[in-house]
Structure formats: structure tokens, C-alpha cells
Design a binder for this molecule. Structure first.
Ligand code: UT7
Length: 355
């Protein structure tokens, strides 16, 4: 039976370390508040002009490709997950292809927009391509440069202290081993909660969704057939060009859906939480990971967390954590590993694999 394995994994984080104390210089927050509510101690911030999701993704990808023992020219498909793309369009996938010097191969590049669940969606899509035989070496990248788009004033503190920059990558191949590979996956979403964690401007919605929901909101649009409504001065002055998050509402859903997704893939594979060698949860908030660990009665050595050092890197968080866990020898051949995520959309899901 053909299954998909992660043949190589790699990550890259920018050099600059931003501490909680650094943030408390520019907004009303404190190291104590951030640590207590999120577990985060530091995060990395990319160089504004010299690093992007595509360039950081390329560095992580080079490592994943090297560790898989193939030449980069053998990559036959790219999947790129990010919510902070280099450009509004085209997607970062083609920019990554160019960064890797693979433009002339003309391989396909698919961008995935499922935010924190991007790596899980990407891995599940890649799994279908590999098991069907359509592609042999799929490169999956999750990368974010949040630092460019956050509100670093007290107004935005509930969001801006959480997020960090970085990239992770996996090189996926087929195996006929019979034991190893992706055993089960699940993907979910519930669009009812789309705006709870969102950045709706700039966008082409023109207020449509809010009107339909009966919500009164002023998005700073200027009306008129040819008025500039995509980005306006008012959007800038009202801070509508920053992410919005109802943190407690996200927290409440996350602690329900994370364990449900993990149990779903375990059940599909006929396994129990106690069979897990390692759970690598999306690094949203250390308190969420701890809640999930307790609910599933997992030991400390069964869960990997590194949010303390990197903050929440959205689509990059699972591959960065998985790559670090692998480097530390926490993931070995034959281990049962679960990857799980929850985030904006809402979207959530999990993959269960035997390494
Ligand atoms: O990848 C998925 C994405 N997101 C998540 O998973 C986030 C899930 N949610 C969370 O992690 C938490 O809700 C947060 C960490 C975002 C916030 O923690 P909380 O315990 O839910 O705080 P809160 O939003 O209920 O705010 C409590 C207080 C408020 O002050 P008042 O109204 O009680 O006076 C906030 O204004 O904390 C204040 N606050 C802050 N204080 C210092 C909010 N952000 C900060 C801050 N520093 N950075």
C-alpha cells in the first residue's frame, strides 16, 4: 500500500530575537502578562527588507530537500501555506519556486490559505497527489512574516504580542513500506466564525458580509462607482488594516476542536492517545497546548512545544516545531506522530503518521 512519508524536514527563523520587554517599550504590556497568558518569552522578527515568507521558506525548503537526499530539481510540485504572503497576488508559491532557482522547471505551485491549519491542509492535499502517483517529491512550505503587519501600539496588543516570524518545510515522498507514512487525516472548517479572527481589509467585500449578518460597521469606504474603496485614509486611521481577534472566543473553540481532531485521526487509525509518541500541536498559545495535553492525558514527553521561543508562527508553527523535535531526536523512525491545528476560518484538522 502506497503512503506518504515526510522524507525531509527543515526550518528557518530570522536572527532577530524580540523579547517581551522589547514589546513593553512600545505598548502597554509586560513580560509577566505575556508569559502568564500565552507562555511566550521571545519571538523572531524578520528583516523588513531582506526577508519574506518566500525567502525564509526557501531556506527551510533547502534544508528539507537536502535531508531528504534529493536534488532540488527533483521537486515536482510546491504547496505554500501562509496568511502573510509576499504579495496580495501572485501567491508566494511561485516566488518560492523562483527563490529556489526552479522557475525553468515550470512545476506547479499551489498556495493554501487556511491560516494556522495551512500545514495540515497542505499535507493532506500533498498526500492525495503522492498516493495517486501524480507527484513524487512534493515540497510543502509554511512561512509567515507577521511582524510587517501588526499593530505595535497598545490598541493592538492582544494580537501583536502573540505572533512571530519564521518558516518550516517538508519534502514528501511515497513509501510502499506498509507501516510508515500518513495513517489518517481530517480537515474541518466552520465559516460562521469567519470574522472572529480575521483581517478583512484590504479586500473586495465592500461591507457585503456585515450587511448580510445585520452588523453595522464602518469600514471607511468611500462610495461611488470609481472611488478608491480598496484602501482608504479612513481604513488607515481607524486601524482597519490590522488583524482582528476575539481572543477568548478563539480560545474557547480551540480547546474543543483540537482534542476532537486528534481523537478523530486516532480513531480512524484504530489507536488511542496513549499510543502517541509525539503530538506536535500548532503553537497558538502554551495554555491551549497544556489544556489539550491534560484532556488527552498525555505525558510531557508526548507533547512538543516551542512557542516559548518563537511565539505563534501560524502556518509555519507545526513544521518549525516538527523540525526542531526531529533535530532533538524526539521523532524517530516508527514513532506515531500527530500534527494538529486550529485557527482562523475557523479551520482545524489533524494528520496522524508513523514516521
Ligand atoms: O493560532 C490561533 C490564533 N489565536 C489563538 O489561539 C488565540 C487564543 N486566545 C488567546 O490566546 C487569549 O485569548 C489571549 C492570549 C489572546 C488573550 O488572553 P485572555 O486571557 O483571553 O485576555 P483577554 O483578551 O480576555 O484580556 C484580558 C485583559 C484585558 O484588560 P481588561 O479589559 O481586563 O482591563 C485586555 O485589555 O488583558 C488585557 N490585555 C493585555 N494586557 C497586557 C490584552 N492584551 C494584553 C497585553 N498586555 N498584550
Amino acid at each position: 500500500m502506497r503512503r506518504t512519508i515526510i522524507a525531509g524536514i527543515g526550518h528557518y527563523v530570522p536572527e532577530h530575537v524580540e523579547t517581551n520587554d522589547d514589546l513593553s517599550q512600545v505598548m502597554e504590556t509586560s513580560d509577566a502578562w505575556i508569559r502568564e497568558r500565552t507562555g511566550i518569552q521571545t519571538r523572531r522578527f524578520a528583516d523588513k527588507h531582506k526577508e519574506t515568507p518566500a525567502s525564509m521558506g526557501a531556506k527551510a525548503a533547502e534544508l528539507a530537500i537536502e535531508r531528504a537526499g534529493i536534488a532540488k530539481e527533483e521537486v515536482d510540485f510546491i504547496i505554500f501555506a501562509t496568511l502573510s504572503p509576499d504579495y496580495y497576488f501572485p501567491g508566494s508559491g511561485v516566488l518560492l519556486q523562483r527563490e529556489l532557482g526552479l522557475s525553468e522547471t515550470e512545476i506547479g505551485a499551489l498556495d493554501i490559505r487556511t491560516q494556522c491549519t495551512g500545514f495540515i491542509y497542505g499535507l493532506t492535499v500533498a498526500d492525495q497527489f503522492i498516493r495517486s502517483g501524480m507527484y513524487k517529491n512534493v515540497l510543502l512550505v509554511g512561512a509567515e512574516k507577521h511582524s510587517m503587519g501588526l499593530d505595535f501600539t497598545t490598541r493592538g496588543r492582544n494580537v501583536s504580542v502573540i505572533f512571530g516570524d519564521g518558516a518550516g518545510a517538508a519534502l514528501l515522498q511515497a513509501t510502499e513500506d506498509g507501516q510508515r507514512g500518513i495513517l489518517a487525516s481530517c480537515l474541518h472548517s466552520n465559516g460562521r466564525y469567519a470574522e472572529i479572527l480575521s483581517m478583512i481589509n484590504p479586500g473586495s467585500h465592500g461591507g457585503y458580509h456585515h450587511e448580510k449578518l445585520g452588523l453595522e460597521a464602518d469600514f471607511g469606504y468611500e462610495s461611488g462607482r470609481y472611488m478608491p474603496i480598496f484602501v482608504t485614509e479612513k481604513m488607515l486611521s481607524d486601524a482597519q488594516l490590522f488583524p482582528y481577534m476575539d481572543g477568548p472566543a478563539v480560545f474557547k473553540f480551540a480547546v474543543q476542536k483540537f482534542p476532537a481532531a486528534i481523537v478523530e485521526v486516532l480513531e480512524k487509525a484504530g489507536l488511542e492517545p496513549s499510543d502517541l509518541d509525539l503530538l506536535v500541536p500548532h503553537q497558538a498559545n502554551l495554555r491551549i497546548s497544556q489544556f489539550v495535553q491534560k484532556k488527552l492525558r498525555l505525558r510531557d514527553d508526548q507533547v512538543y512545544n516551542n512557542i516559548q521561543r518563537y511565539g505563534n508562527t501560524t502556518a509555519a508553527s507545526i513544521p518549525i516545531a516538527l523540525s526542531e523535535a526531529w533535530e532533538e531526536g524526539r521523532v524517530k523512525e516508527g514513532d506515531v506522530v500527530c500534527l494538529a491545528a486550529f485557527g482562523s476560518g475557523f479551520t482545524w484538522g489533524a494528520n496522524l503518521l508513523r514516521w
